[in-house]
Design a protein around this ligand. Sequence first.
Ligand code: 5AD
Ligand code: SF4
Length: 459
Amino acid sequence: MPQSRRKLHIKTFGCQMNAYDSERMAEALAPAGYETTEAMDGADLVILNTCHIREKAAEKVYSQLGRVRKNKQARTAQGRDTMVVVAGCVAQAEGEEIIARAPVVDIVVGPQSLHRLSDLVAKAESGERSVETEFPADDKFTALPKRATGKRQASAFVTVQEGCDKFCTFCVVPYTRGAEYSRPAHAIVAEVERLAGAGVREVTLLGQNVNAYHGDGEDGATWPLARLLRRLAEIPDIARMRFTTSHPRDMDDDLIGLFGDEAKLMPYLHLPYQAGSDHILAAMNRKHTAEEYERLVERIRTARPDIALSTDIIVGFPGETDADFQATLDVAKRVGFAQAYSFKYSARPGTPGAALDGQVPEALKKERLAILQAQLDESRRSFDHATVGRRIPVLFEGKGRKPNQIAGRSPYLQAVYVEGPETLIGYIAEVDISAAGPNSLTGVMNAGFEWREPIQAAV
Ligand code: 5AD
Ligand code: SF4
């Protein structure tokens, strides 16, 4: 009888870049016979792909590891082995400490060392535990296997840039993900062409500081993000492009102009402003004022008046007064965000912000966050309501929650549900939007829809 394949369970925390890394890890382990499973108790190999961005990240990982240990004990009692890997940014930050505190862990591997994973697993099989958190010079992207999606997928993420040199004083990313690095354009083009060949219609380019992209171009010059996007727009089957996350300082004219010139670039931009008061922005080392941010928004809206803007905001940064907080509310009100993510400041050990005077009490942070979120919800609702009555092209990505329903995304990244055939998944069709709910739009399919050859089997 053939040996049954080994099972791999990956639990992913945090950002989309971690989601991308989790997919790459699954691919890297496939040649060793691992296939993924949703159930941890059935897994021979468990990977926690961790996030370190906010408070108690490490503590959460240790409590997860408690669950993993119980699971391993139960499996050991049945005579089954379980290997345990901690990957991601907590792995990077804690390193050896994880093995010392959690003996259940066999491998600790940082985000820059993922291409070493299958070697480390092979070593662990012969009883050798490893901690791999160096920032090696070799490119993990070239060392990882070529991606094959394996499943039909309308939209995909592609990491184009990693790390950050901005050193915002609240943020751990420059320490956990290291210095800025941009993948060469030819590797990204090849990856997107492969995805397009497998039926992908939309790509979202990922990077902690994606608009600082400066990779080697196909012509030998250094390409900024706008140049890369223009090149990717030439791939015929790619109908939609997005990118995230952008820093206000790196929005150059070319990139702004592209929102007006390039129909494949979707009218959605995630542009964190973090705070509305200039002295808080200075203490955060954001390198821009509130007015500069708002002027930038005006320029972007001149290029693409209907753009949906999204943002990140932190309340309760050290020294934040009521007036500072009011300034944050005022910026949000004036800009009118379509989407926003807001957080209570959490002091991250090792970052300059953690050592500042004037830490804001937890109860006050909570109060401010509730006020801000109520205002942001209102703003999102008004953006969504403004799309009711419009005819909007939707890229269908999967089945809906109800029978005969399919789900997709508007150009503004809103979730849209309509009655329609599953055969439309992977296609763009026009929808007359009839209602806006709390988290999604609903509508009626318009008869005219884009026609394409049926999607090829995944390569
Ligand atoms: N505390 C609160 N929020 C934070 N973020 C990053 N670091 C912290 C922190 N220490 C938020 C920022 C960033 C988003 C990804 O997470 O708003 O843009
Ligand atoms: Fe962190 Fe600032 Fe870099 Fe964003 S730009 S990853 S918030 S340091």
